[in-house]
Design a protein around this ligand. Structure first.
Ligand code: WT7
Length: 568
């Protein structure tokens, strides 16, 4: 029997107090995610249970019990406090999937500071705009990434400390840098946990929109109430499970469901910090006897492409439940996973802003391949008529996916950008920015985004950010960035570029520009193709019409451009 037992029963009279009760929380109590995910689990008698099984490059393996996680997060918290970090200060985690990333996250929260995880493949410019927005006080990073921090350090007076977790003493430390190894220092048995309340800020995750700089999505400690219960009912985690969330904690899936969800339930999880290959992933599942696997469509499509033979070379019989998030999960991938693993990947939908799973397929509920499933109990979801912002009355109509505000993990604002936050609400609904249909059985079917943001392999890339970075290249006069179709990543970045006089279009220049973006922003934001153009389609007022270029890439009807010009 699954944890959720019956979806139909659970949606009747649902109340988040179910989750509060299980976590032993009452309104007005202190609620600290760092404490909940380690100290409380130890108090429940699971101190010696494995919390994290970690594998890195070269087959190195490390294991941490819940007591280790408790002590080491205490140690990190205490170290930060000694450095002068106070509650409310932003501390960035700029790390590969190191154990320090998972455990440091809890350490930051334990002292009431705000964790700001940033994807370690970010280049200096992507890093800079996000640190600037948050006025980050300390950065926890590693040798491999410190050069990117050094490059922009002069422009960041607010950064007081850069903590290097794997310093080997070979090169001298520079200004504001300090070495710290959580495995080598004396563990701190008793840390004074910051008495955070429900609305105390916990995490800032950055997400990209169509216009403007990336937005810092502000979450609070109370989010654990959503994350705990969705993990329990959607991912169906149970006492003896070995759980694997393939997401990087630089992104929200990796914190909500790669740290908070499983550890608030006291579940053993594993993490793999190596690149992707079908063989190594299956080997990892086989070796650790993974039972619940939470991944993403791009990874599943890559596995599919690697073929069925490599699946057969491994014993994957431990797998009990598979779930997927981040981008459209095509029906073929669901059907394929059922064929080769004996169970389908079950899709679910949410966003950085929602903080927890909103729409999902549940254990025991009929899967309609290609559908995202139904709203989580307690979540009021609909699709709105884009003109009136009223829910469509009949089923099957395409509308804006929207939610009634008020679930525990909902974002509280965008950091320093209350104005944009306000634009996300219409008629009492939170507007996700995605479009979908609801069928007559109440299943949601994803249609597409309602903006120009590119979703490449489950990661959002802002065309604006790429266009701005392109402009910094000496050869580029103007550009327009859109998604182009891709078999594995669904979408990849494509740039249309108009060159400055004196520059010759050539494949060498294309490579140079690509590399420029990869270094400045990230490999995800790097255009996979650059098309040189003499001019870009523009509105009368001179705005570039990305939609025309997008439609061409996808072989779609361009439609009436005069109306396009009007609403641009
Ligand atoms: C955007 C959110 C979900 C947490 C990680 C990504 C797209 C998400 C699905 C899905 C189709 C999906 C949406 C959404 N998306 N899940 N199951 N099917 N699209 O969080 O970076 O904030 O991205 O990812 O467009 O708005 P994010």
């Amino acid at each position: 029997m699954s944890n959720i037992k019956s979806y139909a029963e659970r949606i009747k009279n649902f109340d988040w107090s179910i989750s509060e009760k299980e976590l032993g929380y009452k309104e007005g109590d202190v609620i600290n995610i760092g404490w909940y995910c380690s100290d409380r689990i130890c108090k429940m008698g699971k101190a010696d249970k494995l919390a994290l099984i970690w594998e890195g490059l070269g087959g190195i393996e490390k294991k941490y019990t819940f007591n280790d996680v408790r002590l080491k997060s205490n140690t990190i918290g205490s170290f930060l406090r000694d450095l002068g970090i106070k509650n409310g200060d932003r501390v960035c985690l700029f790390l590969d999937k190191f154990p320090e990333l998972y455990i440091g996250f809890l350490g930051i929260l334990k002292i009431g500071a705000i964790a700001q995880p940033l994807f370690s493949a970010f280049g200096d410019e992507s890093l800079h705009v996000r640190l600037d927005n948050a006025e980050t006080k300390a950065i926890i990073t590693q040798k491999r990434h410190v050069s990117k921090v050094r490059k922009i350090l002069d422009q960041m007076p607010y950064v007081k400390q850069i903590i290097i977790v794997d310093y080997d003493g070979r090169k001298p430390l520079r200004e504001r840098e300090i070495a710290f190894s959580m495995d080598e220092v004396e563990p701190v048995e008793n840390l004074e946990i910051f008495p955070s309340k429900a609305e105390t800020t916990s995490v800032l995750h950055y997400t990209s929109g169509t216009t403007g700089q990336p937005k810092g999505v502000k979450h609070v400690h109370y989010s654990i109430i959503s994350q705990y219960l969705t993990t329990k009912w959607v991912l169906d985690l149970r006492e003896d499970d070995i759980y694997w969330c393939t997401a990087d904690p630089g992104w929200v899936t990796g914190t909500s469901y790669g740290i908070i969800g499983p550890w608030s339930l006291g579940i053993t999880q594993c993490a793999l910090d190596t690149g992707f290959s079908a063989g190594s992933w299956y080997k990892f599942i086989e070796k650790h006897r993974v039972t619940v696997w939470y991944s993403a469509p791009t990874a599943i499509r890559s596995l599919m492409r690697a073929g069925d033979e490599v699946v057969k070379q491994h014993n994957l019989s431990s797998l009990r439940h598979l779930a997927s998030v981040g981008e459209p999960l095509n029906a073929e991938a669901v059907i394929w996973s059922e064929k080769v693993f004996g169970k389908p990947f079950q899709d679910n939908y949410w966003q950085t802003e929602t903080g927890s799973i909103m729409i999902s397929n549940y254990p025991g509920m009929k899967v309609k391949p290609g559908s995202m499933g139904k709203p989580f109990p307690g979540i009021t979801a609909t699709v709105l008529n884009p003109k009136t912002y009223e829910p469509w009355e009949e089923s099957g109509k395409i509308g804006l996916i929207s939610f009634k505000p008020g679930w525990p993990a909902m974002l509280r604002t965008y950091w320093g950008n209350e104005e944009t936050f306000k634009t996300k609400f219409k008629n009492g609904w939170y507007i996700s920015g995605d479009r979908a249909r609801i069928d007559k059985d109440g299943y949601f079917w994803f249609v597409g985004r309602d903006d120009d943001v590119i979703n490449t392999g489950g990661h959002l890339v802002s065309p604006f950010e790429v266009e701005s970075a392109l402009l910094e290249h000496e050869a580029v006069a103007e550009s327009a960035v859109v998604a182009k179709p891709d078999e594995i990543n669904m979408e990849v970045v494509k740039a249309f570029v108009h060159l400055n006089p004196g520059y010759e279009a050539s494949p060498e220049l294309e490579l140079k520009i690509m590399n420029f973006i990869r270094k400045k922003l990230s490999p995800l934001a790097m255009p996979q193709e650059i098309e040189y153009v003499d001019s870009l389609p523009k509105t009368r007022s001179g705005k570039i019409m990305r939609r025309i270029l997008h439609a061409k890439e996808w072989g779609e009807e361009i439609g009436d451009t005069s109306t396009l010009e009007d609403d641009e």
